[in-house]
Structure formats: C-alpha cells, structure tokens
Design a protein around this ligand. Structure first.
Ligand code: GTP
Ligand code: MG
Length: 206
C-alpha cells in the first residue's frame, strides 16, 4: 500500500462530535507518551501531522486524519481515517479529568460504528504494566478488535524487547484463547510500518 496523502480533519471533544462515520477507521490508544502521535506520523511519512511532545498528556481530544492510499501505482484511491486519541495513565491529570477521559474513550471505542481496528500501544522497554493489561482486558469484555503495537524498540536492546513482548503475551494467555496480532515498531527507525499498512489494507478489503 502507498499513502498518497494525509491531512488533519478535526479534533473532537467527545464521541458524538466526531465526523461522519463513513470510512474505515483505525485508532491509536495507549499510555501517555507511549508514542501514538509519532507512530501516526511515521505511517503517513509526515512529521508534524499529529502533534508530538516529550511531555506526557499532549493529545487531549479525539483527532481525525483523512488518509488517501492506493494499492498499486495508478490504482484507484482509497480513503480511510486514522484517529489519534489522548493517552491514559498520566499521573498529573486530576481525578475528575481522568473520569472524563475514561468516558470519552470508552464511548468512542464502544460506539464508533466505523472503527475497524484499534492499535493498542505498549512501551517495549518496560515489563508488562497492570494499567495496559487491565485496558486490554476491558477490550476483551467489550469485544473490540485490536492489535498490540510495541513502541520505541530502538531505545532498548533487542533481547529486552523480545522478553517484554513474550512476558506480555504469556500474561494474556492466562485469560485469552486467541492472542491478538503483535507488531514491534520504532517511529524513529520506521520499523513495523509495512506490517501495519498491510494489516490496514487487509481490513479495508473486508
Ligand atoms: P500523548 O499524546 O501525550 O499521550 O503522547 P503520545 O503517545 O502521542 O506520544 P508522542 O508521539 O507525543 O511521543 C512521546 C515522546 O516519545 C516524544 O518525545 C517522541 O519523540 C518519543 N518517541 C515516540 N516514538 C518513538 C520511537 O519509536 N523511538 C524513540 N526513540 N522515541 C520515540
Ligand atoms: Mg499524542
């Protein structure tokens, strides 16, 4: 798949303010600072498309991007959405705001009818964190299709990344009959890009 164009559409404060649900949609979620916005930019080959920051809590709304792609050179264009969501687990956010965040995200994830797949980002440098495991468990309860994306793999030794991914999947195995697809990525090294685009293309076909 080749991305021909990527443009920012709108930032929405809640699920019901999102743009019309008329295209296949893929959303990015995970802890604050895990690299959601950076990964969107990497996939689209466009630095600065989604706003990134070294300070957690940068993304605060539901941000929609419109993507134009083709399967082959000169083939018909296809249109789909990428969605950058605010991160969870940011300690400095007040209790009340966290509740609002939870409601906003849960509503979006559970009610958005064109959401095809959720990319759940996990920092590959760390051992499994309960906040991520709990979130993944909720997705199971809600029957939301998702892929596990391990991020920032350039920042740690390959052996450590491998061990963290394996430990995470082992923990899931205790509750899950089928394991989700797993992709190891690095936004700086452009690792995992082809795999993610291939997955999107397959889902777009359905
Ligand atoms: P919030 O919107 O605050 O929830 O954060 P986010 O998940 O969108 O993270 P963001 O993309 O803003 O990245 C956070 C920080 O991590 C930035 O300083 C990025 O440059 C850095 N970063 C993201 N991905 C990678 C990666 O693959 N490798 C390296 N080395 N740094 C990364
Ligand atoms: Mg962000």
């Amino acid at each position: 798949m080749q991305i021909k164009n990527a443009s920012y559409i709108i930032s929405s404060p809640s699920y019901d303010k999102c743009p019309k649900a008329d295209k296949p949609e893929y959303a990015f979620i995970g802890r604050s600072n895990v690299g959601k916005s950076s990964l969107i930019n990497m996939l689209c080959n466009r630095q600065g498309l989604a706003k990134t920051s070294s300070t957690p809590g940068k993304t605060q709304m539901i941000n929609h991007f419109l993507i134009e792609s083709t399967r082959k050179e000169k083939a018909k264009k296809e249109y789909w959405n990428l969605v950058d969501l605010p991160g969870y687990g940011y300690a400095k956010v007040a209790q009340k705001e966290r509740k609002t965040w939870g409601k906003m995200i849960e509503d979006y994830i559970r009610k958005r009818e064109n959401l095809v797949n959720l990319f759940v980002l996990i920092d590959s440098r760390h051992k499994p964190q309960s906040i991520d495991l709990d979130f993944v468990q909720s997705l199971g309860d809600w029957e939301i299709p998702f892929t596990l994306i391990f991020t920032k793999s350039d920042k740690e030794k390959p052996g450590v990344v491998k061990r963290n991914v394996e430990t995470f999947t082992e923990l899931l195995r205790a509750h899950w009959q089928f394991l989700p697809q797993i992709i190891v990525t690095s936004a700086t090294k452009k690792l995992g890009r082809d795999e993610m685009l291939e997955l999107i293309q397959e889902c777009n076909l359905r």
